[in-house]
Write a protein that binds this ligand. Structure first.
Ligand code: SAM
Length: 272
């Protein structure tokens, strides 16, 4: 039986206000969307979103590309809430997670957002991505450095910029840029807010009702309403403080995630 707040989320104006506030408080989401908007003009031609989930970034990239195709690993996607509730969009294609069902050099741009930690063979996925990219084509990839366990049991790795460069290089991809998504204070703030949201206020089913946490299995627990007058303002204050502290006392040895821009090297096309 859906809770009162879950039912309220089926009312579009309320969902939109709640989702907007939640997106700002969710530092990882907020930084990633901002960065994807910044780099979207690098995308062109035919774009493949590998591990697209609900295709939540299509609206950002669509103005810059001629086609946008989203593909998902059938097995892992089938275990997520997004597979039954997709509110943003559905994958266009499914595959077995091993070999992308496309000819070599089929795409100008590949997007791969928060997927590399979910495959037990990340180098193999990067090889496949490099194979389907045209020479000179662009990979836009996001992978977490510090993030709680999620989408279990399909959560295998975390990444450093050096590891991402080495792995891209091994697949014939030259890294042009690595950007961090927040610093120490955002990591601390995000972890504290996750604890408050999911452990104290038990907001995971509400988050799914507003279109978040789609990558997790279905959540059914009712929220703890009595915690909300304290927890919700505290989360807003934590998020605002983390943003300010990251700006005025930066520590780049910690971050939530990295965004990588890489290009397929022309000479190494056959090595991939
Ligand atoms: C955390 S979700 C991210 C989904 C989407 N990219 C987003 O940012 O909302 C990770 C996704 O990776 C998919 N995945 C796992 N292994 C994969 C593989 N080998 N190829 C493509 N997708 C994969 C999962 O099914 C899941 O939907």
């Amino acid at each position: 039986m859906p809770s009162l707040v879950q039912r309220a989320m089926s009312f579009p104006p309320l969902r939109s206000v709640a989702r907007g506030a939640s997106n700002w408080v969710d530092l990882q989401w907020s930084f990633m969307i901002d960065q994807l908007k910044e780099v979207a003009p690098l995308a062109r031609g035919a774009l493949l979103d590998v591990g697209c989930g609900e295709k939540p970034y299509e609206w950002i990239f669509a103005p810059y590309v001629t086609s946008y195709l989203g593909i998902e690993h059938e097995g892992t996607f089938g275990e997520t809430h997004a597979s039954v509730a997709a509110q943003a969009g559905k994958p266009d294609l499914y595959y077995d997670g091993a070999k992308l069902p496309f000819a070599d050099e089929s795409f100008d741009t590949v997007l791969n957002v928060q997927v590399l930690e979910h495959t037990p063979e990340p180098q193999r996925l990067l090889h496949e991505i490099a194979r389907v990219l045209r020479p000179g084509g662009t990979l836009i990839l996001c992978a977490p450095f510090s993030f709680r366990l999620h989408e279990e049991p399909h959560d295998y790795f975390r990444y450093t910029p050096h590891g991402l460069r080495a792995m891209c290089g091994a697949s014939g991809l030259r890294v042009d840029e690595v950007r961090s998504q927040g610093g120490l204070w955002s990591v601390l703030g995000h972890k504290l807010n996750s604890y408050l949201a999911f452990r104290v206020a038990v907001l995971d089913a509400v988050a799914q009702a507003m279109g978040k946490l789609g990558h997790e299995g279905e959540r059914r627990r009712s929220p703890r309403y009595w915690t909300m007058p304290v927890v919700l303002p505290a989360m807003g204050a934590i998020s605002a403080s983390a943003r300010l502290l990251d700006r005025f006392a930066p520590d780049g040895t910690e971050t939530l995630s990295y965004l990588v821009i890489a290009r397929k090297m022309v000479a190494s096309a056959s090595a991939a």
